[in-house]
Design a protein around this ligand. Structure first.
Ligand code: SAM
Length: 249
């Protein structure tokens, strides 16, 4: 085999290997996702703030505003992890429960004074029509069956209740989108190596952001699950999108 041919084969096998590891990391089984989050739990909050340059706080504040919570309302924060998202929602005076299937994430946030219930987003441990509002921040992308989670969220919401999803999305300004996707794919895992206890989780994060539906595509998935009046708002040029919808009364 000529040198050029060896070079070509090496390149092709590298591309195949990279594609396979890309698929393997995105096709995680639910127990693999749970154990990945168990692994990053202790430094999760700090890593988030470092990696987003503090923007996570603004995005959480905007999520609470979009939910328009009132004191005394019952709210489910699904995929709540350490409860950092739930604590922000509880500032409204609503009763907010954090649910997640990673015992490690819940344990890392046990010091927070929010109720926590272990549970899987695709088989929620709550009765029909239990909540005035349901929400999920940076978790829907991680749930193996997105559509089932959207249907479960609908089931546990009271008629007339609302949904807000905060999730990484697609920047709307094309030149920025290109730079951002390169940043996410290349820089994020390197930065994570210096601050996270499990940098591989951030390779998964970057890959899953690239593979995630854009704003209109996600809106269609939400509507297909049975939610009404789906709209979205971009934060920070669409790095994050807030999708909002209602359960028909
Ligand atoms: C990126 S964290 C988000 C945590 C928190 N909501 C926040 O805003 O920082 C994603 C969470 O989704 C949880 N998760 C993934 N799949 C899940 C499922 N099927 N059921 C419940 N939680 C799930 C993970 O355990 C993890 O804690």
């Amino acid at each position: 085999m000529s040198r050029a041919r060896v070079g070509t084969c090496t390149l092709v096998s590298e591309i195949v290997a990279k594609t396979e590891s890309f698929r393997a990391s995105l096709d995680k089984q639910p127990h693999e996702v749970a154990s990945m989050f168990d692994g990053v739990a202790k430094r999760y909050d700090l890593t988030n703030t470092v990696m987003t340059g503090g923007l996570d706080r603004y995005w959480r504040w905007a999520t609470r505003r979009a939910l328009e919570l009132r004191p005394g309302e019952r709210v489910l924060d699904l995929a709540a992890g350490t409860g950092v998202s739930t604590l922000e929602l509880a500032k409204s005076g609503a009763w907010c429960v954090a649910t997640d299937f990673s015992q490690g994430m819940l344990a890392a946030g046990r010091f927070r004074e929010v109720p926590m219930v272990a549970g899987d987003g695709t088989a929620l441990p709550f009765a029909n029509d239990s909540f005035d509002a349901v929400t999920i921040s940076y978790g829907l992308r991680n749930i193996a069956d997105t559509d089932e989670a959207l249907r479960e969220l609908l089931r546990v919401t009271k008629p007339g209740g609302r949904l807000v999803i905060a999730e990484f999305s697609t920047p709307v300004f094309a030149p920025f989108r290109t730079i951002y996707m390169e940043f996410v794919m290349r820089a994020l895992p390197r930065v994570a190596r210096t601050v996270s206890s499990n940098p591989d989780a951030y390779v998964y994060l970057a890959e899953s952001i690239r593979a995630w539906p854009n704003q209109p595509q996600l809106a269609m998935r939400i509507a297909d699950a049975g939610w009404s009046a789906v709209k979205w708002r971009n934060l920070t040029n669409g790095i994050v999108a807030l999708h909002r919808a209602y359960k028909l009364g």
